[in-house]
Design a protein around this ligand. Sequence first.
Ligand SMILES: *Cc1c(COP(=O)(O)O)cnc(C)c1O
Length: 372
Amino acid sequence: MNGKKIRLSKSSISEAEKSAVLDVLDTEFLGMGAEVAHFEKEIKVYLQTEMEVACVSTGTAALHLALVALELGEGDEVLVPSITYVASYQAISATGATPVSCEVLSDTLFIDINDAERKVTLKTKAIMPVHYASSSVGMQEVYIFAQKHDLRVVEDAAQAFGSRRNGTLVGVSGDIICFSFDGIKNITSGEGGAILSKDRELMQKVQDSRLLAIEKDTQKRFSGQRSWDFDVKLQGFRYHMSNIMAAIGRVQLTRLESFKEKRQSVARKYVKELNALESVTFLSFDYQEVVPHIFVIKAQDRDNLRQFLLDNLIECGIHYKPNHLLTKYQTSELLAVSEALYSEILTLPCHNDLSDKEQDYVIEKIKEFYGK
Ligand SMILES: *Cc1c(COP(=O)(O)O)cnc(C)c1O
């Protein structure tokens, strides 16, 4: 492939994003203002939802603010799958609460509710299911479980913007949903994230706390004003989204339909072409519904396959090292399923600009490795 590395993931930026950013620069109003208000409105329109939308600086900030708004802190516990990006864990521990690592199901890597059931205590206040590789099959069981134990649900849907479950877009309903718009997610705003909920009181807290908890500052900024005589009652953060970021996000939202088709067709092609290999298995996802942020296989002899692909200039990933194996979050308990999966999972290149030729080459090299 001309000595050029095939990338695992990347942003996809057209002239439209560039000119939208230049337009914002021309206004000389770069912080949080009208552009962010438009982006929030357009997300709401895209999802056709009653949920309120608040955009913030990152997906991690979205998760953190959601948990802060739930007033979690020292002594509280949050159930979370061990296999997720460490952002989920950092957001929980940033509040002072303890992330409690749960097993995942081996066919979807979604949180194992039976394990969550074993780990729920009187200290448990919330559960954070992760839309692993953009799928959230099993979410219904999470809500039944949460209702039974009187828990709030903060969905880490960082990877799932544009994905559907039972025909409905993720984010249309649910307790609290957090998206990420970082550079390589399904759409990007450079960095960025969003929190969605129908809980008005909670969303007012979120809106205030993203701007140093200055009361009603969001409303002021959206109409081009500033707050001079204000009150602050809560801990706040500088987690707002800027107009520059929103300008990128607004254009990306108009491109989501084409991103969706591309990502789904990449996933389907991998499944079709690699299906015959006994050494490779797939997550059981429906790629009519899921818009895959990452494409993950379970591979025998994973480390050697990974090295072989790297030697052939194909970038691969491992999503993720189980968090209970990290120093900060380690437990004495064994999570056998997660640890076994950790030695098998491999993420193959999947992004909007992956060419047919590049994907064919990846497929050919995987077949070659297994001697097919
Ligand atoms: C990307 C991601 C996040 C964090 O989002 P950022 O925008 O990068 O802060 C959280 N959880 C998961 C599962 C993610 O993939």
